[in-house]
Design a protein around this ligand. Structure first.
Ligand code: CA
Length: 597
């Protein structure tokens, strides 16, 4: 049992005493982190980028040209493989005919008990993986031999304001450097060959609400990163830094200030503590030279305190990557009061819809709708629910219709779907761009949610003014599923349902396969067309909540992923987190890499 589980955060809150409960809950969570952080400080001092293996192989430089061609590279050069965030690899050595023969090539046991959410990133025969508490391993991608390990000295003040476990989702690569975002708001550049620190830039002081957990995105020599902190009223921002020096080149603040477009969608001053954190890696379209980034929930959660659309919260923003200037936006959930962060990834592909081919952006939102937008102008192509969704009643070209009866208010509790964890949380979808299918890790859950007597914003404290509890979806008593959606229609093609929540990203390959792992400690390969389960890893060390990837070294294809239960679900999952089967999931990090024998 880990400290995270012991603090007992996952429980129901009586609306009357909600605010007190909410603060008690956060302080218990923080105490457990600060206690543990003294251990981290010691380890960090002892282990600054230790070179654990002297094997010096050549390191292939990551150039702009290679990043532009990443979809065809033998490695896995960035978080979602390519700028379009497809999560799709053109490899077919492992395929529907032989996947049942997959065998463990190597594994790596790590020593932390928090959530392992990082995507294994691979360049040549170099693999880079991150762990909780911002540690980075460089491994031989064919043998698993550790080449170096970097332990970031996380400032313990940062642990006061991490909402959802001390996770990290992976690195970015450029030139001969490895880039990581950290819980104490640093962007760190390491020498890819040695793990030695090249530069470090702090974007904000830790402890007031911000933290950073996503993998950066590299575009034309810029390291582009986003903040977390929507549960603390921290005003979100996206930053571009010079990859060589760490110099800040531009910042885009995701809540609109007065006098700027969208500034009139906030009550006076509310934008300053309005949240809107862009905490998941964006996508990039080289053809139109446009960056797409998802923006999280407004603060505080209780919307009656901030009438208006609250731009650009719960939106995707299209930015000029050279300047950070806004080109257009699309808002998934105006005046959100359900914590439906709009930060989920955007996948870019050509979409044939009703006889017309669009340059589309596809996005499965926390609010339970799958969207296709025209990415050249931000116009809606279609939106369709992919789970039981009651808060949002409909979406069309005129806008979003929600159910006013399902908006909580002070002392008004409502039951609505999906839960604040979303029909899909941050775990990325993947697509088969040729077949036009998307594979969505899905949560089937609803919630009780109520407003409480408002408490004013205070830096470093939770800023919610709501209480909440995740409940079963009365329309579907499975907590999880992985489902395939035909993007030409928005309709489900197949679904694999599970009693436990489905908290892992999906990976699609030209071998006709979809890979993803379950909270049930098994990693699976599905037939991409039919959903038939073709391979099951057997029981692994822990539940799987990361981002699986695949790559080739010397012509051999590997599939890599972390197991390591943790993250938001055990802390905030309410009835789901208290499900005995969920409580029984062991923690502990282990990297698994599979290949054909
Ligand atoms: Ca949130």
């Amino acid at each position: 049992m880990t400290a995270f589980r012991v603090v007992g955060l996952a429980r129901s809150f009586a609306p009357k005493e909600g605010q007190a409960q909410e603060e008690k809950m956060f302080s218990a969570w923080i105490r457990s982190l600060v206690l543990r952080s003294s251990l981290y400080a010691v380890t960090a001092a002892l282990l600054p980028a230790v070179a654990l293996s002297a094997s010096a192989t050549t390191y292939p430089s990551v150039t702009d040209a290679r990043l532009l061609g990443a979809s065809q590279d033998d490695g896995w050069l960035m978080y979602r493989r390519d700028y379009a965030s497809t999560g799709y690899a053109p490899f077919d050595q492992i395929n529907t005919g032989n996947v049942a023969q997959l065998k463990l090539a190597f594994d790596l046991k790590d020593d932390l008990t928090q959530g392992y959410e990082g995507a294994p990133v691979v360049n040549g025969d170099w693999m880079f993986v991150t762990t909780p508490m911002d540690r980075v391993y460089a491994l031989d991608a064919a043998t698993g031999a550790v080449r170096w390990k970097y332990v970031h000295p996380v400032d313990k003040k940062a642990l006061k304001t991490v909402c959802c476990d001390v996770v990290n989702r992976g690195v970015a690569l450029y030139d001969d450097k490895v880039y990581v975002e950290t819980l104490d708001n640093d962007v760190v550049a390491l020498d890819a060959r040695t793990g030695k620190l090249k530069w470090r830039k702090q974007l904000y002081a830790p402890g007031v609400g911000y933290f950073m957990t996503s993998a950066p995105l590299i575009v034309k020599g810029k390291v582009i990163v986003g903040t977390g902190g929507g549960e603390y009223g921290a005003r979100g921002f996206i930053t571009a830094l010079d990859a060589a020096s760490g110099k800040i080149l531009w910042q885009f603040h995701t809540t609109a200030a007065p006098g700027t477009p969208g500034g009139d969608t906030w009550p006076a001053g509310a934008y300053k503590t309005g949240g809107g954190n862009p905490w998941i890696t964006g996508s990039y379209d080289p053809e139109t030279d446009t960056l797409f980034w998802g923006v999280g929930n407004p603060g505080p959660w209780l919307a009656t305190l901030r009438p208006g659309a609250n731009l650009y919260t719960d939106s995707v923003v299209a930015l000029d990557p050279n300047t950070g200037r806004l080109r257009w936006y699309y808002q998934w959930t105006p005046n959100d009061t359900w914590d439906y962060d709009g930060s989920n990834e955007s996948v870019l592909l050509d979409l044939n819809y009703q006889g017309k081919v669009y340059k589309a952006l596809v996005h499965a939102d926390r609010n339970g709708y799958l969207y296709a937008l025209d990415r050249t102008n931000g116009k809606l192509i279609y939106a369709a629910p992919f789970v039981h969704a009651t808060s949002i009643v409909g979406v069309d070209e005129k806008g979003v219709t929600d159910d006013p009866a399902l908006r909580p208010a002070v002392d008004k509790k409502v039951f609505t779907c999906p839960s604040f964890l979303g029909g899909k949380n941050w775990w990325p979808i993947s697509v088969d761009p040729h077949a036009g299918l998307a594979y969505i890790p899905t949560l089937h859950a609803c919630m009780d949610i109520a407003g409480v007597q408002p408490v004013a914003y205070k830096a470093g404290l939770a800023f919610l003014n709501e209480t909440f509890e995740v409940k079963h979806d009365p329309a579907d008593n499975h907590w999880g599923s992985v489902q395939a959606i035909d993007l030409a229609t928005g309709k489900q093609v197949w679904q694999h349902e599970t009693d436990l929540p489905w908290n892992d990203g999906t990976l699609t390959t030209a071998g006709g396969l979809v890979f993803s792992g379950g909270a049930d400690r098994h990693f699976y390969a599905f037939d991409a067309k039919s959903g038939k389960m073709l391979w099951d890893s057997g029981e692994l060390a822990s539940g799987i909540i990361g981002v699986p990837t695949t790559y080739r070294v010397k012509g051999k294809q590997y599939v890599a992923f972390w197991a390591g239960w943790g993250g938001a679900s055990p802390i905030w999952g309410g009835v789901m987190a208290n499900d005995p089967a969920v409580k029984a999931i062991p923690t502990g990090g282990r990297l698994y890499v599979y290949a054909l024998p």
